[in-house]
Every structure is written in C-alpha cells, then in structure tokens.
Design a binder for this molecule. Structure first.
Ligand code: HMG
Length: 419
C-alpha cells in the first residue's frame, strides 16, 4: 500500500493565535451551562486572532521552523489551503513565500474546498513528489473559523495553521493508497463572498459529515483498503472535539464493531488535545489531530493511522498512513504545546471587538494596532493592499503589550475597532 519510494509528511509544524477565549468566559456571557461546551462539544477554549494576525501570518509562523530546519532548496511548490481567503485573485501563499524568502523558482497556488482543502493539497503534493522524488512540496493549511456572535456556531470558532513538508522517504508519516472518496452537493455550511462569517445548518452539517464518513469508508473498502481493525488510531476533522467521537462511533456501528465509550476513546482520544484548546481551524483541523496524536501517544512506529477529512458542501476523503521508524526524533512537541500555552486570554468585550473588526474598503491607509508577539504581523491595509511585516522577536513582545493596552484603555471596555 505504501508506494516505492515512500512519500508522505517529512515534517509538520503548527501555529495558532495570540489570544484565547476560554469557553467559561463565553458561557458567563450567554448563560449557557458550561457542561454543554466542555462535555457536549468537548471544547475548553478557542483561539482568537489579534488585529494584526491573519491566515498569512499564521501560515508563515507555522512554516518558518520547517524552512529553518530543512532549507528551501528542494521546495519547488507551495500549496496554501484555506477557506478564509483574503483575496479573490492572489494566493495567500505568495505572501508567505515572500515573508519566508523562498526562491523565485517556486510555483505557488491557493486551494479551497471548505475543511477538505488541505487534504487535497496533501494528495496533490504526493502526486508531484511521485513525478520527481527529489522535489519537496510545502503544504500550508491556515484558517480562521468565524460564525455570527450569539449564534450556535459561535462556540465552535477557532484558528490555526499547519505547515507540512511533503517529500520522499518521509521522516514522519508515509501516506498510503488507496483513498476512499465522497462528494455530495449539500448546503450544510457555506460562506458567500459578501460575508465574513459562515452560514450553517447545524444539524444538517452533523448529518452530512456522518454520511460522508460512511461514504468515504465504503469507497475505501471497495478500493481494497485496509480492514478497519488494522488501524491503531483515527484522525478525524474536528469542528469540535466531540465530533470525532460521534463520527467514529458511527463508523464502528456501521462496521458492526463494538462501539462502546472505551473503544471510541482508544481510537480518537489521543487526537483531540490541540483541537479542544484551539477550536475549529477548518482545513488545518485534521492535521492538528495528527499533531496531537504524534505528540501525545507512545511509540507508534509502523502502525497504520486512519485519516478522515471532511469539508462541508461537501467533499471527504479517507486514507491511511503509517508512522516512519524514528519519527519521534523529529517531533515538535515542545513548540506545539508552547503555541497553545502562550496565548493570552481576552475578556468577552475584547473578543467581541476583535470579532467585529474589519478594514474599511475606502482604499485609505489603515494601520493595525500592534498586538502580536510573533515574527510576522499584518501591519495594515494601504491603497487596498495588505502590508505584512517581519520583525525581530525581542521588539515584538513589548510593542504588542503596548498595543494590547491601547486596545483596552480602561482595562475593561475596548476602544473602537480602528483605534
Ligand atoms: P447546538 O444547538 O448549540 O447544540 O448546536 P446542541 O443542543 O446540539 O448540543 C450539543 C451537544 O451538547 C449535544 O450532544 C447535547 O446533548 C450536549 P450530542 O447530542 O451532540 O451528543 N449538551 C450537554 N452536554 C453536557 N452538559 C450539558 C449539555 N447541554 C447540551 N449541560 C452545533 C451544536 C455543533 C450544531 C453548533 O455548534 C453549530 O452549528 N456549529 C457549527 C457547525 C459544525 O461545527 N458542524 C459540524 C459538522 S460540519 C463540519 O465539520 C464542517 C465545518 O468544519 C466547516 C467546513 O468544512 O469548512 C463546520
């Protein structure tokens, strides 16, 4: 099932936002019983982007350690997967290419199909590497999940970027053939071009996801994939952590296997650590599940892992991967946990102001307050053009702290969005 040479994920790194909103803060605001968030959805907190943060800054932050470790000599393609696109024409990947100083001899493109985009990018990358095993492809999945304030979807927001280096003889995960595929035209979740926040039919989206799980599995079995029992763990797309449990229970039930709590937890329990703290990161989510599994589990060398990628609308894919010998030496566990732990909690009013923030569309000069502490920031919008900055790490924290204070001048109520 593994091709020769093996092709797959050689390195994986993720980033998330500067700020975090604990679900307890949201529950205090809207009067929801906290058990619904913590137990019913399986979510503890959600990542909240700062004013000077977006899919490009997160994507560059995720990819930078990969380029630092491996260089860019073999990277001839960058595929940026997102459904939070910032431009109808220019790929967000071109900004990342520039921020990271990648060679001009690179093809860069953006891909979209809701939360499924990164899996399409990964599979296309595998195809490119098969054509020329010397080349590597940098896949970046970066998204900001946004629903209307006070809507049922609000508690399932989040944001993160995962960068993966795809190449031959991968150090982490060997991607297998076949894949199980499934497409169905359904209006479960969508975002028209004129809207910032997604529209969703919540119950229909859950049902459509579950139909897709069985659809991909059926095709996977028909393509002579592995029997279910061979898989050690399953990385599902996680719009909220409990969805992985729901999905796997559904699959076990369909396959007439024991679907009790312990069996489901064994298969998906180690994949939720990052998603439960970050929230829905759309197309990055299934690869955050992989990151959690790699960082949380004991040695899984040689063990098959199942991946179920679902994107509303809808497209889904089930495929397998095995963990390469020695993979644990290449993990970024400390950096990953640090990215989650370093986020600064915001109060409800600040979250609300950040949520409602948008640039005026008048072509003027609109600098963003300096709130982030990372290497990359969105400095503003000038003449309809997004302006990004790369800055020294030392100066970042002090300017961000000043910007954060400006955002909350009296310590409670935020200033207007464009102060
Ligand atoms: P809702 O109406 O807020 O919540 O919608 P609910 O009433 O369905 O409750 C949720 C769960 O909490 C239920 O458990 C309750 O019983 C439980 P379940 O029946 O599901 O097992 N609950 C409690 N548990 C313990 N203590 C309590 C308590 N109270 C209730 N006190 C919904 C939930 C997910 C629909 C909503 O948040 C939503 O619309 N979210 C956005 C859409 C979404 O995430 N859909 C998931 C599948 S689609 C997908 O994954 C694709 C997506 O990522 C987009 C893309 O592809 O780009 C979204």
């Amino acid at each position: 099932m593994v091709s020769d040479p093996a092709i797959g994920i050689h390195d994986l790194s993720f980033s998330t936002t500067e700020f975090v909103l604990p679900h307890a803060t949201l529950a205090d605001h809207n009067g929801t019983e906290i058990g619904k968030y913590h137990v019913g959805l399986g979510q503890q907190s959600m990542s909240v982007p700062a004013a000077d943060e977006d899919i490009v800054t997160m994507g560059a932050t995720a990819a930078e350690p990969i380029i630092t470790r491996h260089g860019s000599d073999r990277v001839r393609t960058v595929v940026f997967a997102t459904e939070s696109s910032i431009d109808q024409a220019k790929s967000a990947g071109v900004y990342v290419h520039s921020l990271l100083g990648l060679p001009s001899a690179t093809r860069v493109v953006e891909l979209k199909q809701a939360c499924y985009g990164a899996t399409a990018a990964l599979q296309f990358a595998v195809g490119l590497v098969r054509r020329d095993p010397v080349q590597q492809v940098l896949v970046i999945a970066s998204d900001i999940s946004k629903y209307d304030l006070d809507s049922p979807g609000e508690a399932t927001q989040g944001a993160a970027a995962v960068a993966m280096l795809v190449g031959s003889n991968p150090a982490l995960v060997r991607i297998e053939e076949p894949s199980g595929l499934f497409t169905a035209d359904v209006m479960d979740f969508w975002r028209p071009n004129y809207r910032d926040a997604a529209l969703v039919d919540g119950q229909e989206s859950v049902d459509a996801y579950l139909r897709a799980v069985l659809g991909t599995w059926k095709d996977y079995a028909e393509q002579d994939g592995r029997p279910l029992d061979e898989f050690t763990a399953f990385c599902y797309h996680q719009p909220y952590a409990k969805m992985a449990y729901k999905a796997h229970r559904h699959l076990l039930h369909h396959c007439e296997r024991h679907s009790g709590e312990a069996a489901v937890a064994r298969a998906v329990g180690r994949t939720t650590a990052y998603n439960t703290a970050i929230g829905n990161s759309y197309t990055a989510s299934v690869y955050l599940a992989l990151a959690a599994l790699l960082d949380e589990a004991d040695d899984l060398t040689g063990r098959p892992i199942g991946f179920m990628s679902y994107g509303s609308g809808s497209v889904a894919e089930f495929f397998g991967g095995t963990l390469a010998p020695g993979y644990r030496e290449h993990l970024r566990t400390t950096a990953h946990r640090g990215a989650v732990d370093r986020r600064r909690p915001v109060d409800y009013a600040t979250y609300r102001e950040l949520h409602e923030r948008s640039f005026p569309a008048d072509g003027g000069d609109h600098p963003t307050p300096s709130q982030t502490t990372g290497s990359f920031r969105l400095a503003g919008l000038r003449g309809h053009q997004r302006v990004y900055e790369r800055r020294a790490a030392d100066s970042a924290r002090s300017s961000a702290e000043a910007g954060f204070r400006r955002l909350r001048p009296d310590g409670h109520r935020p200033a207007t969005a464009h102060s």
